[in-house]
Design a binder for this molecule. Structure first.
Ligand code: A3P
Length: 304
């Protein structure tokens, strides 16, 4: 398992580890192997909740919902998700000082999740989003943070980055397949799969299901309040006004080819924006790739 530096389509140095291109976070740039091993060997607590997502699948949204559920009230936490983002925080030992229950979050693939958490049957909330919308969301993240030129066409991004070796955290398909395999062998029901689209369409039902999984007992009104506080507009506003995001710049590698500025997380928050970016032919090509790569897997997706 070696770490190496490679060139990507943007002609910059990319961080590659264990077959994946990694997001440009300072600890990964410094020593990716060290950080991945720190994550794998993390000391976990029985009541930790681990939120696992491929980038751009709705991590911030679900993180806020889980935090409110565990708090037992519809109240924003003033900390940002990035303070418990395992591969990005400057010193991973800092999470030892946090009070329980902790909602940790990561984009690392299943094989790199904290061993202790997995072996103890610790709770994992895994979010899946239609990869076409993930690709569009990542396209804008790359554009707004300056990692691809402003005029880069979506198709170029899709073919050269999202479907190529430079996609951050490796291939979406491999990432999702690994979790699917883990779910199939999950004897203690420790993995709860949440579909972005279901959460968007049926937020009350999905949040109640999540509460049950987390053993949280709240009234219908409390669930409705949490759903409301975590709606796209309210969460965007709360993030802009309540949270101290000054540390975010420190966890990103800022420079040529890397982040030029922090990404804008709350962009549209909708299902199906892919239809505004994929031509019919591009969408069909994507479907063919999807069917080929996922043929032995029963990943339920909401392709609408
Ligand atoms: P878009 O770029 O399609 O708008 P992540 O947190 O994993 O980086 O994912 C970011 C995506 O989740 C963005 O998608 C963002 O707008 C969306 N998102 C964030 N909060 C949301 C919410 N409350 N409801 C729906 N989508 C949300």
């Amino acid at each position: 398992m070696e770490e190496r530096r490679g060139k990507n389509t943007q002609n910059d140095e990319r961080i590659v580890f264990d077959g994946m291109t990694l997001p440009e976070f300072v600890p990964l740039k410094k020593d990716a192997k060290k950080r991945f091993e720190e994550i794998k060997n993390l000391e976990c607590r029985k009541d930790d909740v681990l939120l696992t997502t491929f980038p751009k699948s709705g991590t911030h949204w679900l993180w806020e919902i889980i935090c409110m559920l565990l708090k037992g009230k519809a109240e924003y936490v003033t900390e940002a998700k990035t303070t418990v983002f395992l591969e990005a925080i400057p010193d991973i030992r800092d999470i030892n000082d946090l009070p329980s229950p902790r909602t940790l979050n990561t984009h690392v693939p299943y094989r790199w999740l904290p061993k202790q958490h997995v072996e103890n049957g610790g709770k994992i909330v895994h979010v899946i989003r239609n990869p076409k919308d993930v690709a569009v969301s990542l396209y804008y993240q790359f554009k707004t943070s300056g990692r691809i030129p402003e005029d880069c066409p979506f198709q170029t991004f899709l073919e050269q980055i999202f479907l190529g070796p430079a996609c951050p955290m490796g291939s979406w398909f491999e990432y999702v397949k690994e979790f699917e395999q883990a779910k199939m062998t999950d004897k203690c029901d420790s993995i709860c799969i949440v579909h972005y689209e279901s959460m968007k369409k049926n937020p009350i039902e999905e949040t109640s299901r999540l509460a049950k999984f987390l053993n949280v007992n709240l009234s219908d009104q409390q669930i409705a309040d949490i759903v409301d506080k975590c709606s796209f507009q309210k969460l965007k506003h709360a993030t802009e006004t309540l949270k101290d995001l000054s540390h975010v710049k420190k966890i990103l590698v800022i420079g040529e080819g890397a982040f030029k500025q922090p990404p804008n997380i709350y962009r549209k928050g909708e299902i199906g924006d892919w239809k505004n970016h994929f031509t019919v032919s591009l969408s069909e090509q994507f479907d063919t790739i999807f069917q080929e790569k996922m043929k032995d897997f029963n990943v339920q997706l909401q392709f609408e």
